[in-house]
Design a protein around this ligand. Sequence first.
Ligand code: ADP
Ligand code: CA
Length: 433
Amino acid sequence: MHVVRPAEVVPDKSYSGLPPARILLIAPRNSYRTSTYIEAARSMGLEIMVASEGEHSLVSEIAGGLHVDLDDPAAVDELLAASRRKPFHGVIATDDASVELGSRIAGALALPHNTPQAAILTRRKDLSRERLHAAGLPVPGYRLVDLERPLSMQLEGVRFPVVVKPIALSASRGVIRADHNAELLSACGRVETLLAAESPADPTERNRILVEEFVPGPEVALEGLLRGGRLDVLAIFDKPDPMEGPFFEETYYITPSRHPARRIGKLVERVAQACSALGLREGPVHAEARICRGDAWIMEVASRTIGGYCGRLLRFGTGHRLEELIISHSIGRPLEIRPDQGAAGVLMLPIPQAGILRRVEGVMAARRVPFIDSLEISVREGYELVPLPEGASYLGFVFARAPNPEQAEAALREAHAKLRIVVAPLFRMADGR
Ligand code: ADP
Ligand code: CA
């Protein structure tokens, strides 16, 4: 089995001679990407300041905390004032919700950055569709529907199947396939209820939804790093389970891709074109596309990493992790990118049904499956499980590293088969007890 030593203990000559630097990490509350960035900064001997929402920003020996409200225009001045007190040498935004603020700070400090306009395009699915369509990239036909106006006229003549989705949520929340009119109306109603509960501050994000043509075909994800407008590919993942809907849960991600080189070439070309159409020039890129009719149809381009647990799969050159490459780039000291040998995969454990998690059986047996690197259940017993399209989390993650992608996928499937997830039904108290 492929043994990976944690990066902290891998002696790494490339960092020696690096002057001490201070990184600003801008993260929404509860971002699962924060801790992997902190670990990476620590292994590189860099200081990291985490600007986040919430009263108790995390503060530890290596990471300082600053409180900011990501949606408050004053956040820019507050963070620039912090930099005047003690300079930041690099700025990283962890999530879609913080990339715009990150771009403003990095821009003001003359550090590698995207324009705020480009950052907004990656967060807003409607604006991004419009831009990519105008640039002639293969994107599904779409319409922007106003939930406050009668639907029938706005939906006239749509060609089924379609996909209904909010314009600014993530993790496939509210993304629903509809095959005919009745399904379409019910999907719109379901997304409307979800948006009413989420209540985004921006009225457009609350009232508008996208209705898109369904693009068939296998889905792939590309993890990349932009440097001065040039896209370097860090990894390409296959998603071997067909994603046909009605909901679009992520499950298996396997790298390297098993698609023929020609297709991969097309994918890379299309993602690079999409980045340039959106105005993205610097930093991480996570793109998703579907292979259809000899082309790579862009589902989404985000200017952040795949993130958190999944990023851990990737190792480069002398054992660098994904976040180390991103941090090095942010401080203007790019590392050489050399992909690791072998294959890796992750299974994001789907939530099998709504209810209360009682227990997960078979964890030990699943961990013993050859090539399984780790398995973590992230929901605690007794907590409520909310499946898609409303839910926002996974039950847990299983990781595999193997000599080739077939073995990585087979190991994850075998581990999954050993798990039994016991869920108790949830009875809502309707009688006032
Ligand atoms: P999110 O930002 O919530 O992940 P996406 O727009 O990326 O939302 O959609 C999530 C998933 O839904 C995609 O990865 C894809 O599998 C599926 N999907 C979304 N739009 C389409 C479409 N037009 N055709 C086919 N599948 C789609
Ligand atoms: Ca997506």
